[in-house]
Design a protein around this ligand. Structure first.
Ligand SMILES: Nc1ncnc2c1ncn2[C@@H]1O[C@H](COP(=O)(O)OP(=O)(O)OP(=O)(O)O)[C@@H](O)[C@H]1O
Ligand SMILES: [Mg+2]
Length: 249
């Protein structure tokens, strides 16, 4: 069992907590014996059956495994979007399993970035506005949020696409905007579910390289589900789900 952080290291003021937990050497994410069961009529489907996962600051971890093994389910739980059936989720020094809904929302807003297979950008807004939005929701001024958005889009090689709406961008460009958006709130942990799964291999490779570069540059930790073993090989660690149990490869 991995020990969770001690009570005295936990801040009650999450908005001011920032990434201070990293300074005291706490892991970014700890999943402690997490299970997830789905009830289907009289049957119970046991998708996750425990195991441990700890991700330290700056680590980029691949989550691999066959279709249906529970990767997306695990990411939903790590992202505090669904509670586990049992077990604990520690995020940024907090026991999220004991947090209420408002605290979980704040933990997500302040510490997590999400990238999915499909970009989920807002169609009525420009690339710049889409990327600025999470920062504005976090309380930053429009000027500050847009300056950061411009920088992130430039990091993604999109400085010439700031005013484009999503429909006028290519698939690879849309996904690069989605990555920039996920980084807007300076998250400690990036969670990505097959971020290049919808792209052709060459574009996917380029987008993955940009994602890794940005993650290193900003000192992010990441948990990235992928079917691409070549990409997984370029990450720091690889984990999989063996019959629902998290194991290190
Ligand atoms: N809300 C739900 N209700 C019932 N069963 C679910 C639910 N969500 C997921 N499952 C089941 O859990 C199992 C794991 O699904 P999950 O989407 O986590 O797999 P995955 O590893 O992400 O697969 P893929 O590689 O195809 O994306 C599947 O059998 C799926 O049917
Ligand atoms: Mg999945």
């Amino acid at each position: 069992m991995i020990e969770g952080p001690t009570e005295e290291l936990m801040s009650d003021d999450l908005s001011a907590a920032g990434r201070t937990f990293e300074a005291v050497g706490q892991p970014v994410l700890v999943l402690n014996d997490v299970t997830r069961h789905f009830k289907q009529g009289s049957e119970t489907l046991e998708v996750l059956k425990g195991g441990q996962l700890q991700i330290d600051a700056g680590q980029i971890v691949a989550l691999v495994g066959p279709s249906g093994s529970g990767k997306s389910t695990l990411l939903q739980i790590a992202g505090l979007l669904e509670p586990p059936t049992s077990g604990q989720v520690w995020l940024a020094g907090r026991d999220a399993s004991r947090a209420n809904e408002a605290e979980r929302t704040r933990l997500r807003r302040d510490h997590l970035g999400f990238v999915y297979q499909f970009h989920h950008l807002l169609p009525e807004f420009s690339a710049l506005e889409n990327v600025a939005m999470p920062r504005i929701i976090q309380g930053a001024s429009k000027v500050e949020a847009e300056a950061r958005a411009r920088q992130l889009l430039t990091d993604m090689g999109l400085e010439h696409r700031l005013e484009h709406r999503p429909a006028r961008l290519s698939g690879g460009e849309q996904q690069r905007v989605a990555i920039a958006r996920a980084l807007a709130n300076d998250p400690a942990l990036l969670l990505a579910d097959e971020p290049t799964g919808n792209l052709d291999p060459e574009t996917g490779h380029r987008v993955f390289e940009l994602l890794m570069q940005a993650a290193r540059q900003y000192g992010l930790s990441a948990l990235i589900a992928t079917h691409n073993l070549d990409m997984a090989a370029h990450m720091d660690r690889r984990v999989t789900l063996h019959d629902g149990v998290i194991v290190e490869l």
